[in-house]
Design a protein around this ligand. Structure first.
Ligand SMILES: C[S@@+](CC[C@H](N)C(=O)[O-])C[C@H]1O[C@@H](n2cnc3c(N)ncnc32)[C@H](O)[C@@H]1O
Ligand SMILES: [Mg+2]
Length: 246
């Protein structure tokens, strides 16, 4: 029996404390609200291409089975469900799951939410067309274990999208000093710089799990307008798409 876990208890306490604020667009999670439209566009474009869907359809992701791991309050899960996907949102924090369930019900959306971890799902032999892993990898304990179980959860022919923050001098200045201490965009202590994975580190872990990176992009925020956009530079925020051969 393995005693390894991807849960970092300090992170669980942090997200438990903020759980009631998920859906406040001006609350502590405002950056994720602002980022949502951009990442939903990027993710759905890749899902549509991979699964041969019609981008002009009303529900282009109809029936695609998605795991939103570390779903928080369900910001991304709801957007995917609105596009027709069959979404399973999973989070280690019970309060997040309750908030997500309540909000989905109020929005008239059917989403399966469960409290747990990726390793719980892998142990049960679950698999999905796509695993979405947005702004989570920098918060887990045991990143190699987390990445390996997430890869196992993608069915052959499926894909994963990961969004996180790079570990560079610029990300220290922008994401820690700038965002937490100077601008106070995020509560101090939200992120620990040494936990940020580089794209190369993630790519190596994905390869170990039989996944191949097919697209990568940087994400930039304009500090004045607080608008997010895709950009080639990956020194701070970035996203990777990886596919499992069919
Ligand atoms: C920054 S939030 C991102 C939420 C959501 N993915 C989004 O982008 O809107 C990180 C989330 O990951 C969850 N999380 C962290 N480690 C986890 C783990 N090992 N297993 C499951 N969930 C985890 C936290 O509880 C938190 O809700
Ligand atoms: Mg984060």
């Amino acid at each position: 029996m393995s005693t390894r876990s991807t849960i970092d208890p300090a992170e669980a306490a942090y997200f438990d404390r903020l759980a009631h604020t998920w859906w406040d667009p001006e609350g502590p999670f405002w950056p994720l609200h602002r980022l949502n439209q951009l990442r939903v566009g990027y993710i759905s474009e890749h899902l549509i291409a991979r699964f041969g869907r019609d981008p002009k359809a009303a529900a282009p992701l109809h029936g695609i089975r998605i795991l939103d791991i570390g779903c928080g309050g369900g910001l991304l899960s709801e957007a995917m469900a609105q596009l027709g996907a069959v979404v399973h949102g999973v989070d280690m924090v019970e309060k997040n799951i309750r908030v997500a369930q309540r909000h989905a019900e109020a929005s008239g959306l059917t989403i399966r939410y469960t409290c747990g971890t990726a390793e719980d799902l892998a142990e049960r032999g679950e698999s999905y067309d796509a695993v979405l892993n947005l702004e989570v990898v920098e918060h887990v304990a045991d990143l190699p274990l987390f990445m390996s179980v997430c890869s196992r959860l993608v069915r052959p022919g499926g894909l994963t999208v990961i969004g996180t923050i790079n570990r560079t001098v610029i990300s220290f200045l922008a994401a820690i000093v700038g965002a937490e201490y100077l601008l106070r965009w995020l509560p101090v202590g939200t992120h620990r710089w040494h936990k940020f994975p580089t794209p190369d580190e993630l790519e190596a872990l994905l390869r170990d799990g039989g996944m191949y990176v097919s697209d990568r992009t940087g994400v930039k925020v304009n500090p004045f307008t607080r608008q997010f956009r895709l950009s080639p530079g990956m020194s701070v925020n970035y996203m990777l798409v990886a596919e499992k051969p069919g």
